[in-house]
Design a protein around this ligand. Structure first.
Ligand SMILES: Nc1nc2c(ncn2[C@@H]2O[C@H](COP(=O)(O)OP(=O)(O)O)[C@@H](O)[C@H]2O)c(=O)[nH]1
Ligand SMILES: [Mg+2]
Length: 315
């Protein structure tokens, strides 16, 4: 079934058929084997799309801001795909309802495709799947792909790294500069946004960010700009929108952006090989061996290293 439909689904994706896109993303999510082939077909069509990552704490306004950016891109006759990744429970908070409402706004619009990806599987897997879903959207001709991810741990940051430009969104209540450093946000941010600037403390947060940035210039030695917005009112959003364009078109950033692409590519090859090796190792027989070894032995007797060594060396 898979093979006969593959060419068809590929053609439909390239023609921006949203139903086919949706199906393909479901296939990617399920981890089906057809990915590889479908993928190689899609890949050549993915290169003209700009990928933005928006990360920040839950409730910071990522979806609200994404919605504003969609509006601004549509005004420029551009098309947008959104992959919203929420590694926490999809049932937590009220965000999902908000997302639903926003998704429905564009249900019949060929220029906007929004998809949530849940937390099934591990984060590493989610990262890969989100990137592939982004590629499917790119192949459909979307000018912009936005990854919205909850930035609370390291794994989620990988998704942000999948973007050409990563926006770190913070709100006055998200804490102080120490937390910024701890969370490793300095390292991934190309651009900071302080949202909910209608609330107290936003100017103080902007100043904290500046002072931290000053001390910890990122490795490429440019200081990410900081934008103050109120996403739900739309205040400052246009400045940010222009700031994104300026960042991407800045000649000084060309090499940086190119290097990012290359290292992203390497990471993907690395991960594919890693996953293949893991899959090929954990055959039923090896899983069984592990179970048997563990059943035979009191786990206080051999270290996990010894058992791993034994499994790696038996054929
Ligand atoms: N006061 C205020 N509330 C906002 C602003 N932007 C978003 N919100 C609200 O914050 C809540 C969480 O927004 P959402 O976009 O779902 O956050 P996400 O979890 O980061 O995607 C919603 O109730 C929004 O209406 C803002 O600029 N000011
Ligand atoms: Mg959201």
């Amino acid at each position: 079934m898979v093979n006969s439909n593959q060419g068809d689904i590929l053609n439909r994706i390239i023609k921006n058929d949203h139903l086919a896109i949706s199906r393909a993303i479901t296939l990617v999510e399920s981890g089906d084997d057809i990915n590889d082939k479908l993928f190689s077909g899609i890949y050549p069509h993915t290169h003209n799309t700009i990928k933005l990552g928006i990360t920040g704490p839950p409730g910071a306004g990522k979806s609200t801001l994404t919605d504003q950016l969609i509006r601004l891109y549509l005004n420029q006759n551009k098309s947008v795909g959104v992959i919203a990744v929420d590694p926490s429970s999809p049932f937590s908070g009220g965000a999902l309802l908000g997302d639903r409402v926003r998704m429905n706004n564009y249900l019949w619009n060929d220029n906007v495709f929004i998809r949530s990806m849940g937390s099934k599987g591990n984060l590493g897997g989610l990262n890969k799947k989100a990137q592939e879903a982004g590629d499917i959207l790119a192949a459909s001709g979307k000018d912009i792909v936005i990854y919205e991810t909850v930035g609370v741990g390291q794994g989620e940051h990988d998704i942000a790294k999948a973007a050409d430009l990563t926006i770190v969104l913070l709100v006055p209540e998200s804490g102080d500069d120490i937390q910024l450093m701890k969370a490793g946000l300095i390292e991934i941010a190309d651009l900071f946004v302080v949202n909910k600037s209608d609330r107290n403390g936003s100017e103080k947060l902007v100043q904290s960010i500046y002072s931290v940035l000053h001390i910890f210039k990122n490795k490429d030695n440019f200081e990410p700009p900081v934008f103050k917005v109120s996403a739900d009112r739309g205040d400052g959003v246009e400045d940010l929108f222009n700031g994104i364009g300026n960042f991407l078109n800045n000649k000084d950033h060309e090499l940086y952006l190119e290097n990012k692409k290359i290292s992203r590519y390497k990471d993907r090859v690395f991960n594919i090989i890693q996953n293949r090796l893991i899959d090929s190792f954990w055959t039923n027989s090896n899983i069984e061996k592990l179970e048997l070894t563990i059943n035979d032995l009191k786990i206080s007797e051999s270290s996990p290293y010894q058992i791993a060594e034994k499994l790696l060396n038996t054929k």
